[in-house]
Design a protein around this ligand. Structure first.
Ligand SMILES: Cc1cc2nc3c(=O)[nH]c(=O)nc-3n(C[C@H](O)[C@H](O)[C@H](O)COP(=O)(O)OP(=O)(O)OC[C@H]3O[C@@H](n4cnc5c(N)ncnc54)[C@H](O)[C@@H]3O)c2cc1C
Length: 485
């Protein structure tokens, strides 16, 4: 019996014949990713749809015995940014999509790993609570949203998705099933009530692990109370007043408004039927403010107006409301009627949106970062740069730069890559980090510091074991650790 048939038989014995496939068509369906573009194709050899942590545990034991890499997949329907970089087994967790608990008395929720984060947040929302949602719609799963640095509307007040995660259930590379943080108390009478239980915070160990430290099977959240009163505002600044715009953003963040997005006018130019930004204005802050009563809302609104106006911002009616209305996020007031989606222009030029990178940096550095990127785009003959900054409660920004390119023109693509690489070098030299790209894009100095920590972790049995078969879906961690030794 061949190696392939043997492993296949063992996997079928765990999940049954209908939830394992080696069909080339099925495997190819998992090989693409919107974030990687059409040129990067990473095909798994085997796709498995487990239903329980126990099945995952047994799958890992089989994979260990045959030394086959395993990659978990979050998003349903090809969303997300991960994939089976090393081939081998792909675990599609979309059958593990149950919501296990929504406890309104203690404001907690628990879902299985493959549950769409959007689905969970909608159920929480129906019960008068809130889990801030991102622009990513229904695709990304709770597990991937928790371990990736996912930022939603609401990050200005609450930070990233992980800030609301209190506990995880994880299948370690060895196949052991462990519960960390509040999940350690799942079966106790108090239930999963607190992330910081006796002992160190092991939830953080899995953050940004990209699946390399274990397969997350359950995620426990603390929920927020949904405020009843909401207001949406936008203020804009001329091209030469970027510093003032960012000062205003920082001050408004420090008074804990719900959300602030920073954009340039190009974002609105992409939408011919949307609200217009006056010709003399260039940078825009769209701000979502909330309050538990009208007085609180009005007080916060007034504070925001005063901050923005004191830095020379001009109020733009309708732009803030429109910005938030186009995404079906759960914080929209119930009575709000969504405007019709914009119709596409009759003639669509051939172009694709290319995401330069998703950067994380101190908000105070936004002016230099924006100017550097604009300067490089001009140098490489690229126009139409769009910036989208998610401003976070720790006065950092998760900033995305995008540009539309005709990617059938090799010269344009070459110039785009050169510009991207030059910017990355500049950004990294200053200590910049990325939403989900660790090595090889991390400068030696920073990565060496992190390696020290990883070496300590390696001593913890089973975590950074060089024999670990778990494959990080988005970066190569182990090669870097090994190479350093
Ligand atoms: C249209 C769109 C809009 C977006 N907008 C935003 C936005 O507004 N804000 C934002 O922050 N991000 C945004 N994103 C990015 C988003 O954060 C990521 O795509 C998402 O977090 C990845 O989740 P996923 O379910 O797609 O997982 P994948 O891409 O499949 O997985 C991501 C990583 O996690 C690993 N992984 C998956 N499941 C598990 C598990 N159970 N256990 C361990 N490891 C696992 C994978 O191996 C991979 O390394 C957007 C994405 C899309 C497609």
């Amino acid at each position: 019996m061949s190696f392939q048939s043997k492993i296949l038989d063992e996997l079928k014995a765990i999940v049954g014949p209908d939830r394992v496939s080696v069909s080339p068509e099925v495997c190819l369906a998992y090989a693409f990713n919107p974030f990687w573009g059409r040129d990067i194709i990473v095909k798994p050899d085997i796709v498995i749809l487990p239903k329980t942590p126990e099945e995952i545990s047994q799958i890992l034991k089989v994979a260990n015995s045959y030394r086959v890499p395993v990659t978990p997949k979050g998003a349903v329907g090809g969303g997300g940014h991960g994939g089976p970089l090393k081939g081998g087994i792909l675990l599609d967790l979309s059958l593990m999509d149950n919501i296990l608990l929504i406890d309104t008395a203690n404001m907690k929720a628990i879902a299985e790993a493959g549950c769409s984060f959007f689905k969970l947040s909608q159920e929480v929302f129906k019960r008068g609570m809130l889990l801030p949602t991102a622009a990513y719609g229904s695709g990304p799963s709770v597990a991937a949203s928790a371990i990736d640095p996912a930022y939603a509307f609401g990050g200005t007040r609450y930070g990233g998705n992980i800030n609301l995660v209190e506990g995880l259930e994880v299948v370690l590379p060895s196949g052991e099933i462990v519960r960390v943080g509040s999940m350690a108390y799942l079966d106790s009478e108090f239930g999963p009530y607190h992330r910081y239980i006796t002992g160190p915070d092991l939830v953080g160990l899995f953050t940004r692990s990209n699946g390399a430290f274990g397969i997350i099977t359950k995620v426990a959240y603390r929920c927020l109370r949904k405020p009843k009163f909401w207001a949406f505002k936008a203020f804009a600044w001329p091209r030469d007043r970027l510093k003032e715009c960012i000062h205003a953003a920082a001050e408004a963040t420090s008074i804990e408004v719900f959300d602030i997005h920073f954009n340039n006018r190009a974002r609105w130019e992409l939408k011919p039927n949307g609200p217009k930004i006056p010709e003399d204005l260039y940078f825009v802050l769209t701000i979502a403010i909330n309050g538990f009563n009208e007085l609180e809302l009005r007080g916060r609104e007034k504070e925001v107006e005063e901050i923005c106006e004191s830095y020379g911002g001009r109020y733009l009616p309708e732009v803030g409301e429109d910005f938030h209305a186009i995404w079906p996020c759960d914080f929209l007031p119930e009575e709000k009627i969504l405007p019709p989606r914009y119709s596409l222009p009759a003639k669509i030029p051939r172009s694709y949106v290319f995401l330069f990178d998703e950067l994380i940096h101190p908000l105070s550095w936004m002016p230099q970062i924006y100017e550097k990127m604009s300067e490089l785009c001009a140098e490489y003959g690229l126009s139409g740069l769009v910036v989208d900054g998610f401003i976070l409660n720790n006065l950092c920004s998760s900033t995305q730069f995008t540009i539309s390119l005709n990617d059938s023109d090799p010269d344009v693509v070459k110039r785009y890559r050169q510009c991207q690489n030059e910017f990355r070098k500049w950004f990294l030299e200053r200590g910049g980090t990325f939403q989900y790209r660790l090595p090889p894009y991390v400068p030696d100095k920073v990565w060496t510091n992190q390696l020290g920590a990883f070496k300590i972790l390696k001593k913890i049995k089973g975590l950074l074991d060089p024999n670990n078969i778990l494959s990080p879906g988005t970066f190569e961690l182990f090669e870097e650790v090994e190479a350093d030794e």
